[in-house]
Design a protein around this ligand. Structure first.
Ligand SMILES: *Cc1c(COP(=O)(O)O)cnc(C)c1O
Length: 416
């Protein structure tokens, strides 16, 4: 396979450097975590503004910075190049000089995870895999199932027994082979590792397979192009395992090194208060401190993030910060974002807005600063959690007077 601009893989623990051909980090059981590096001087000769101007608006426009052969097979779904949304009302409410939202819920299976799964599926195909597998309860699973369907490759998804029905349905609709494992998520993860080991499947574990983070990086690459000369002061990202924030930072750094992005924004990593091991480790200047994981924001309910070193290093490099937000603040974030911008986010995705509001209150982010909030998943992914926090409909017969009476009672506008 031809990923011609990849120069080496670096071990994130020891800093040891390897040539990409010498390292096995995609098939079977994965243990050690690497970072993929590129020959940026050569990339710069090929990835120019003029070249970009002629390319399709999806993640593959950054082909030099992705570990995938542009001539080989890739999923046919349109992933990435998600819009930047502006809302004056939200800006005023948060109290910032400028504020934007990047709506990643608009990816094909409705979450940011499509960026990683698209690269994973392309690599699996191009490296001749028979099947691709992951353990997940949520967006990683549904996006992998969708991308695998797009290239016609079998996908094996290991899920814990308590997987919510809507998510199970999405997997089955894409034709994934779903293995429901008794016990907690850790059991599903372990059985998936064993199966990959035994049968040599492609292992889509974003936390360990370094090529998956390259997919997540495309959000940062896009920010580089979308903001170019005028980057925001802060980019706000919700954090579970930490691959997303590490990828966003890496993408922005590469675009800065290539001269597209004037400077690398600081990042604000947002965790749920009930699952905040990275925030704690960051504040205390320590390595990972495993914690319980208790939050409604299921996509970031991670007590022992496997990619903690990348997540902490990335935030330190750009002088960022971590904050934690309560479940109530996350629920408020969902309705605030939806009402003031028209963007409906799932809990883990609205956590980013809640975190920005918290950071304003703490003075971590100043009123004269600007911010971009990354919304990582669509609200339709998880409606049951948020329903209780929203108003109920009024119930009426076919009787306009009764509708008017009830609307007035609720204090809603009506004409009359
Ligand atoms: C996975 C996910 C995240 C966090 O990504 P990590 O790499 O686990 O930090 C945030 N939001 C949504 C919607 C996700 O699915």
């Amino acid at each position: 396979m031809n990923a011609e601009f990849v120069s080496e893989l670096v071990c994130v623990e020891t800093g040891e450097r390897f040539s990409a051909e010498d390292v096995q980090c995609e098939f079977g059981r994965l243990e050690r975590i690497f970072d993929v590096r590129y020959d940026l001087e050569r990339v710069a000769q090929s990835l120019t503004a003029a070249a970009l101007a002629g390319r399709v608006h999806d993640i593959w426009r950054y082909q030099e910075l992705l570990p995938v052969d542009p001539a080989g097979e890739r999923p046919g779904l349109s992933v990435g190049w998600t819009p930047i949304v502006h809302s004056e009302r939200l800006r005023k409410l948060v109290g910032l000089s400028r504020l934007w939202v990047k709506d990643d819920g608009r990816n094909p299976t409705a979450s940011f995870k499509d960026r990683a799964s698209a690269v994973g599926a392309a690599r699996a195909r191009q490296r001749g895999a028979d099947a691709i597998a992951c353990a997940s309860t949520g967006n990683a699973a549904s996006s992998l199932a969708g991308m695998a369907a797009s290239i016609g490759m079998p996908a094996f998804i290991f899920v814990p027994e308590r997987i919510p029905q809507p998510k199970l349905t999405q997997l089955l609709a894409f034709g994934a082979k779903v293995v429901r494992v008794a016990g907690p998520y850790e059991n599903a993860f372990e059985l998936c590792q064993q199966a990959c080991d035994r049968w040599g499947w492609y292992n889509r574990s974003c936390a360990i397979n370094p090529y998956l983070v390259e997919g997540k990086k495309t959000c940062g690459l896009e920010i580089g192009e979308q903001f170019a000369a005028d980057p925001p002061d802060w980019v706000v990202v919700s954090v579970g395992d930490g691959c997303t924030i590490a990828g966003v930072v890496k993408g922005m750094e590469e675009m800065h090194q290539l001269g597209f992005l004037a400077r690398v924004p600081r990042v604000l990593g947002v965790q749920a208060a009930g699952a905040a091991p990275l925030k704690r480790a960051f504040d205390e200047g320590r390595d990972l401190i495993p914690s319980p994981a208790d939050t409604i924001a299921d996509s970031i309910a991670v007590g022992t993030p496997r990619n903690w070193r990348k997540a902490l290093d990335a935030v330190r490099r750009v002088e960022g910060q971590y904050v934690a937000v309560s479940d109530d603040a996350i629920l408020d974030g969902i309705s605030t974002l939806a009402r003031l911008t028209g963007v409906f986010a799932e809990p883990a995705a609205a956590a980013s807005l809640a975190g920005l509001i918290e950071a304003r209150e703490q003075g971590v982010v100043g009123a004269n600063e600007s911010a971009l909030v990354v919304v990582t998943g669509n609200g339709l992914k998880d409606v049951s959690t948020v329903r209780g926090a929203l108003e109920t409909p009024i119930d009426v017969p076919l009787d306009l007077e009764e509708a008017a009476r009830q609307l007035t009672e609720r204090g809603h506008w009506h004409k009359g």
